[in-house]
Write a protein that binds this ligand. Sequence first.
Ligand code: G3P
Ligand code: CA
Length: 394
Amino acid sequence: MGTQDTQESNQQASASGTGRRALLGAAVLGAAGGVLGLSGTARADEARHGGRGGLAGLPVPTIIGHRGASGYRPEHTLGSYQLALDLGADIVEAGDLVPTKDGHLVCRHEPEIGGTTDVADHPEFAGRRTTKVLDGVATTGWFTEDFTLAELKTLRAVERIPANRPHNTLYNGRWEIPTFEEVLAWQDEQTRRRGKQVWIYPETKHPTYFRKLGLGLEERVAKLLHKHGKDRKNSPVVVQSFEPTSIQRLNKLIANPLVVLLSSASSRPWDFVETGDPRTVADLVTRAGLREIAGYAQGIGPTLDLVVPKDANGNLTTPTTLVRDAHAVGLILHPYTLRNENPFLPANFRKGTDADAYGDVFGAYRAYFATGIDGVFTDNPDTGLLARADFVNG
Ligand code: G3P
Ligand code: CA
């Protein structure tokens, strides 16, 4: 893209000032929570810095360990979560939640577990391999809802993308599939050990699909959060979902901060498809759409492309107005996902063509942080923390 250099230097020039303001604001605005009659922007600041439904005490931009530290360990394992915390992530995405046949919540990105476990090596489960239509997509493999928890516990996690992360295969077979209840206990134990509150960021996966199977997710999430005393507005648990109706349901069950995830502009949340709501994500990111979301959630988790679109060559272009528009109605933004390897970076931040080599990820962070986002999901929390330090210190 011809204007990229200019755009990047403009973004870099504005980054340091914005960053300092953000962290300085954390101290000032945190003390100002509870002020009545706040504007949308003030409510967004309040949410970011510890007001009602806010993420009290967390630095901005907040570094969220995506599926743990999945750049270094097989995703959604206690090993991955632990490393994310040890590297300093502000919040750990523990986990993407799917149910078992007997109703337990376990941490897997998808109900289909052929790519993230050794289930294919278990002849006793060969007969469970099947094809299902998952949110309109024919999917073949093994599904958590066809296994009891005891059966799933005989499996071991493996690296999902060994071509990009060959080193992570060293840890194949080391960890079990964690349950959400184990995660909540781990969170408590880590909080005690560190003398500092540990935050988690679970996600309800395919909630409409599971509700139709009689395995509704929201009640199960709420029940466990309540059992562990973590269902309050200031509890260190943020809950996210791609389905707005899941967040609306959760909003009636728990008081935690809630985040609506937004996929590509042309996509439709699956609950909208099922209920005949014709709106797409493009409709949800209009001012009216964002205002509606702000009625039941504290934030949005857009794909990074909704914040800074790419051109036909995959290079970053000019940021959209999404950050400004979301803040105007009091929503914080936690876009997803920054990963260090070349194939996952915008084309203008890649270095060479090796699929397992790192690109200029610090340049990518600078560009995204300059938009004013409140945090970001990343597979490499240590990189994100260094990028934030660069940003804040100018
Ligand atoms: O939850 C943020 C991000 O994780 C959403 O994408 O597909 O990795 O769950 P996904
Ligand atoms: Ca997720």
